[in-house]
Design a protein around this ligand. Structure first.
Ligand SMILES: Nc1ncnc2c1ncn2[C@@H]1O[C@H](COP(=O)(O)OP(=O)(O)OP(=O)(O)O)[C@@H](O)[C@H]1O
Ligand SMILES: [Mg+2]
Length: 299
């Protein structure tokens, strides 16, 4: 079963901006998929078309087989949406915000209350159900957005930069939660600028540049595309770097140097060599995320 099927999608805004230029994209049911790209690449435009906030210029979009031109209501029921900005009424109570949303999907009061309780417990906000939304912390507000998006039990969750401006601690918590949802069968589509996020959570990713998909692959394969990796090696005391010239070592300071490894070279082999040369290694870490490098090379 296919969750999203996009064919030759084009969006030209009234201003003349060609935001999406013929995108083809298929996202399988159960996938954890990232739309990755720089500011203005067209990520939000694509998502807005899927959820009916923006009219496409041409092309077709199907959500779990439902063409959004002909069966938008059916398509909409299957999607839960978490926009980037908080867009609930700050003066409403947490429980009401979620229950009312269920009502928008035609869920009767009894079931709406039941489902609200379920999702609020899931995101850890049940204790806050009678609190005014504006009294929640930033992290709680974001969880409220997710609870609201899930109350009608969608098969797919769409999040536009879910962790933008979110502190590291909360980000990790959200990753765990989204992974858990995905493991329960919910398809997840998100946009992000954070490459680490893609590497930690997503199975597949499309890299978008100026309205076009420039690469679509598994995150694993995207990682593999990088031919070389730079490691930063810290040592107690610097020794002559003879014998490891093939790794193109570059001295950073008296305790640190960098080396380049080709994909077929093992880090362990190098470390053993270094120890044989009398280096006392205190730390080794990759200089940059591999995907970061690929990403930058595609921009
Ligand atoms: N309502 C609009 N009217 C006119 N142009 C728009 C509109 N919304 C977006 N654009 C333009 O379309 C292009 C794509 O914008 P979009 O918001 O889809 O990018 P994005 O990838 O989501 O960027 P970001 O990472 O900054 O959120 C940009 O050039 C933007 O200026
Ligand atoms: Mg955007």
């Amino acid at each position: 079963m296919v969750a999203i099927e996009i064919n030759n999608l084009v969006k030209t805004y009234k201003t003349g901006t060609k935001a999406v230029k013929g995108v083809d994209l298929t996202v399988a049911q159960g996938d954890f998929f990232a739309l990755l790209g720089a500011n203005g690449a067209g990520k939000t435009t694509i998502i807005s078309i899927l959820i009916g906030l923006v009219n496409k210029t041409s092309g077709t979009v199907k959500i779990f087989g439902h063409d959004i031109d002909r069966e938008f209501d059916q398509a909409k029921r299957l999607m839960g949406v978490v926009p980037q900005e908080f867009n609930f009424n700050m003066f409403e109570r947490v429980g009401d915000i979620v229950t009312i949303q269920a009502g928008f999907f035609g869920i009767d009061r009894t079931n709406a209350l039941k489902s609200s309780e379920e999702v609020l417990k899931k995101v850890g906000l049940w204790e806050k159900r009678t609190a005014m939304a504006r009294t929640l912390s930033g992290g709680m507000k974001r969880r409220l957005m997710i609870a609201r998006a899930l109350v009608h039990k969608p098969r797919m969750l769409i999040l536009d930069e879910p962790t933008a401006g979110v502190d590291v601690q909360l980000r990790f918590g959200m990753w765990d939660y989204l992974r858990e949802l995905n493991s329960q069968g919910v398809t997840v589509l998100l946009t992000t600028h954070y490459l680490e996020e893609v590497q930690q959570m997503c199975r597949n990713a499309a890299i978008i540049k100026e309205g076009e998909i420039v690469r679509l692959d598994s995150v694993r394969n995207l990682n593999k595309l990088i031919k070389q990796e730079t490691y930063v090696i810290a040592v107690k005391k610097m020794q002559p770097l003879s014998g490891i010239e093939s790794y193109h070592p570059v001295v950073v300071d008296e305790h640190t140097f960098e080396v380049n490894l080709n994909r077929d070279e093992q880090l362990n082999d190098l470390l053993i060599k270094l120890m044989e040369h009398g280096f006392d290694i205190t730390d080794v870490h990759p200089k940059e995320q591999r995907l970061e490098k690929l990403f930058l090379s595609l921009l």
